[in-house]
Write a protein that binds this ligand. Structure first.
Ligand SMILES: Cc1cn([C@H]2C[C@H](O)[C@@H](COP(=O)(O)OP(=O)(O)OP(=O)(O)O)O2)c(=O)[nH]c1=O
Length: 187
C-alpha cells in the first residue's frame, strides 16, 4: 500500500484531502521560502508547491507526497497571506466589487515520477461595506488566508459568483487531484 503524505499545515487542505477516503498523514514543510514576485507567474507558483512537496519527500522518500500553494491574483498582481490586519483590510478594499482569480498549484512527488498542475477559479466580489471589512479583519480569520478571505467563512457574504472549482479557492482542487492520482493508479 502506498504511503500518502500531505505536505501542509493548512487545516482546510487536510479536510479536503479526507474526501478521497484514503489513509494519509499530514506533515508540514519546514523552512520553505514562500516569497513570490508581485506580478503573477504560474511557473513560480508551481515551483513553490513543488518545493513544499520536495521538502517533505526528502524526509520520507518511500512516500507519495502532495504539496500545494494558493494565491489570489487581482489585475495580474499576486496577493498572498496578509502580514497584518492593516494589510488584510487593504486587500479586501481592493477586492471589493472586482473579479479576481484564485490559483492553486499542486505538486505530487514519488520515487519514479512527479507532476504539477495549476487550477484557476474566477471569483467576483460584491461591493463590501468598509464596516463589514473592519469587523471581519478584527476576527483575525483573514490572516492565514491568501487574499485575506475565506470563501468558506465570511467570504461567502462577499462572493457574488464563482466560475471554477470552489475547493480550489479553499486551497485544494480535490476533484482534479483525485483524477490525476487515479489516472496514475496511486488511489
Ligand atoms: C482564497 C482563500 C484562501 N484560503 C487559504 C487556503 C490556504 O490555506 C491559504 C493560502 O496559503 P498557502 O501558503 O497556500 O498555504 P498555507 O501556508 O496555509 O499551508 P501550507 O503551506 O502548509 O500548505 O489560504 C482559504 O481557506 N479560503 C479562501 O477562500
Amino acid at each position: 500500500m502506498v504511503r500518502l503524505i500531505l505536505a501542509s499545515s493548512s487545516p482546510r487542505r487536510k479536510e479536503l484531502l479526507q474526501l478521497l477516503r484514503v489513509t494519509f498523514e499530514t506533515i508540514p514543510p519546514i523552512g520553505v521560502k514562500e516569497a513570490l514576485s508581485t506580478s503573477f507567474d504560474p511557473e513560480e507558483l508551481a515551483d513553490l508547491s513543488f518545493r513544499k512537496a520536495r521538502n517533505v519527500y526528502e524526509r520520507y522518500p518511500d512516500a507519495v507526497v502532495i504539496g500545494a500553494d494558493t494565491v489570489v491574483v487581482l489585475e495580474n498582481t499576486v496577493m498572498g497571506k496578509p502580514s497584518s490586519k492593516d494589510e488584510a483590510f487593504e486587500m479586501l478594499v481592493r477586492l471589493s466589487e472586482k473579479m479576481h482569480y484564485v490559483f492553486t498549484a499542486v505538486s505530487v512527488l514519488e520515487r519514479r515520477w512527479n507532476f504539477s498542475f495549476i487550477e484557476r477559479t474566477a471569483v467576483k466580489f460584491r461591493r463590501i461595506p468598509l464596516k463589514l471589512i473592519g469587523e471581519y479583519v478584527q476576527t483575525g480569520i483573514p490572516l492565514d488566508k491568501a487574499g485575506a478571505y475565506g470563501i468558506q467563512d465570511y467570504g461567502a457574504l462577499f462572493t457574488e459568483s464563482i466560475n471554477g472549482d470552489y475547493y480550489n479557492v479553499m486551497g485544494l482542487p480535490i476533484g482534479r487531484l483525485w483524477q490525476e492520482l487515479h489516472t496514475r493508479e496511486v488511489i
